[in-house]
Design a binder for this molecule. Sequence first.
Ligand code: MN3
Length: 227
Amino acid sequence: MSSDENHGITLPALPYSKGALEPHIDEATMGFHHDFHHAGYTSKFLAAYKKLIAIDELKSLAEGGVESVVTDDALAKIAAHPDGKGLAGALRNNGGGWINHSLFWKNMKPNPDSAPNAPKKDSELAKAIDKDFESFDKFKTQFADAGGKRFGSGWVWLAKNAQGLKIYSTPNQDGPHNTPGETALLGLDVWEHAYYLKYQNKRPKYIDAWWNVVNWDDVEERFNNAQ
Ligand code: MN3
């Protein structure tokens, strides 16, 4: 398939091997998560996207790129079109799933020795976290709380907008991409498929372990690019 036919909606390769995040995130979970869940979101998003751009009155929504079709505004316009009712839901869930997981893999990196893991001291990101959350520890507590309180499936985000940094959670595959002006810096998948094999129903244990593998260089790069 050429890049024209898939509109850039492809399954990105993991930036490390499936077992590289052990012992924090297990190899089997990474395999299912990437090869089945993310692959499924990718193929279903592409199918829905192709249907969307075949509708004359709606195809202009894609002019800003594939991510522009999953803002809340675009999805409302799609849902209001007679041919777009089922399509809006498919785009929201699968487009969101494709975007969120593409970020999630890059947001992590191996840390087999569980070395201390935090943003670089004196980086602009570290200063912004201290400014908006008082301290890195308080940031982590607030972020983990948001993950623990998310009922059912969803995500926790550290996002940036014109006012600064904020933490929030979203249901299902929603995320900062739904809102223009919000930039996702760090996302945590709290769907059971992200942790159940290793941690069963113990989501807080998964979140505790996940802090070890956060790729703060990636978060910092997103923060600096969002200035
Ligand atoms: Mn997932």
